[in-house]
Write a protein that binds this ligand. Structure first.
Ligand code: TYD
Length: 140
């Protein structure tokens, strides 16, 4: 298994079709935008100010995280290094590789966090305990 670190995770720009008169549209297309196909879409909304989400890693899942409305911060952690990203533009997506711990916080009022995921929902793919995550990183 490939051991990714936070430097392998990056912001990508989605294709955007902007019109001064009629608003904007951004798109993710399987087989075109990135190498993974989207199998699942979910979104977080109505997150109360001061709340945080995430606090887990995935063993296999790849994700793209987008602030389709408002803004929030995503902090990625590979067990050695951390990197924070503030997402605030609907055409910017944070590509999160497998094996990376993520914390989401600083949600603005009315923000919506859209997640495009490479796999179906699999509870066994989650690592929710930070010590377990560190052990997992040492093993892979
Ligand atoms: P969780 O992954 O803990 O959310 P977050 O990391 O954003 O805080 O998921 C919250 C709840 O939603 C949990 O009970 C599992 C459920 N859930 C699904 O049923 N399907 C899904 O695709 C996701 C992402 C979560």
């Amino acid at each position: 298994m490939v051991k990714y670190n936070v430097l392998d995770c990056r912001i990508i720009e989605l294709d955007k079709h902007h019109s001064d008169r009629k608003g904007n549209l951004s798109v993710y297309e399987n087989g075109k935008t990135l190498s993974f196909d989207v199998k699942r879409v979910y979104y977080l909304y109505d997150v109360p100010g001061g709340e945080s989400r995430g606090a887990h890693a995935h063993k296999k899942l790849e994700q793209l995280i987008v602030a389709v409305s408002g803004s929030f911060r995503v902090t990625l952690d590979d067990g050695k290094e951390k990197k924070s990203f503030t997402l605030k533009r609907p055409y910017e997506a944070l590509y999160v590789k497998p094996g990376i711990w993520r914390d989401l916080d600083d949600f603005s009022s009315g923000s919506v966090c859209l997640v495009l995921a490479s796999r179906e929902y699999e509870p066994e793919d989650y690592i929710r305990n930070y010590e377990e995550f560190i052990m997992y990183r040492m093993d892979i």
